[in-house]
Design a binder for this molecule. Sequence first.
Ligand code: SAH
Ligand code: SF4
Length: 356
Amino acid sequence: MGSLYELTREELGASLTGEPRFRVDQLWRGLWREDRLVDEVTTLPKGLRERLALEHPSSLTAINEVVSDGGATTRWVFALHDGATIETVLMAYEDRVTVCVSSQAGCAMGCSFCATGQAGFTRQLSVGEVIEQVVVAARAGAPRRLSNVVFMGMGEPLANYDVTVGVLRRLHEERGMSARHLTVSTVGVAPAIERLAGEGLALTLAVSLHSANDEVRNDLAPINRRYDLTRLAAACRHWIEETGRRLSFEWALIDGVNDTDRALDELAAYTRPLAAHVNLIPLNPTPGYLVRGSAPERVRAFRDGLIARGVNATVRNTRGRSIDAACGQLATVTRGKPGLRRDGSTTTVALRNKPL
Ligand code: SAH
Ligand code: SF4
């Protein structure tokens, strides 16, 4: 049987046939409000706990864990029951604690600059496999409370639509997280953005734009050949009108490709009518894409250029970059080389081969 985190409170009740209602409440509270593993829900009788733990084993086995930034960033590689691997990153900031989750093992979208895209698609994740990433991270981040979940790990969340929405609903309704602290990042699956706008969830949406020129974007993100920039802008407008929420564009600055003055003008013209916020991040180099990220001076100049053109722009905090946290580097660096950091500094590596 699958993860207990697949189940809503109602469904938990249905699966605990013959048990009194207060047992369901104890289990629900332990799982969703106290981040406990089922065998730690000590309010339940031992026999019941053991049976549930046997019937619903953990979905994730940590095969690698790397801690950096003085303990503020943790990155895991998890093996799933069939051997597929995914990655999850926990980032503690002064004002928030964020987990970056994977929504798929691999990704079929084929973005040229992205390590996950280069590796291809393995399979969809289930609701339980995504929620358990959140729970593992929440436990590791304790006693601080996990405040934010971002779908910026492996995979395209809107290509695993029902699971993504199921996860969002459970995080909001069962785990009690504020919807605006849940961020879905998409490469731009236009019809799915429109559908998401109708789900009644006041989420934060990030669109990975990277180019406001169809020819260039066709190469960077092949989804653009299906849903071009005009179609994408229509979906963004629909999102804004339907949800009343702003959205942001992600822009990985690539030397000579999308950091030119022309790219700046194109981005400003595309963004202004949507009043979107732009998050700039220098491209992280990946083995399959031999182009460099923009130099720090160019990143700053690009940001200033956007601001001068009336666009709200920030350079994304790149802390955690030494372990390539959350930025399309997932799936490469740790594979076969636990704990290796590209800047050569030391890391703490803990190999845990037991289910969490
Ligand atoms: N599939 C979704 C979410 C996962 S990717 C999406 O594309 O939005 C998360 C973010 O990392 C996206 O903004 C993506 O464009 C960015 N990214 C991918 N590869 C990168 C790289 N090499 N350097 C910097 N950002 C990258
Ligand atoms: Fe998939 Fe996002 Fe990577 Fe594109 S950037 S290949 S959509 S994970």
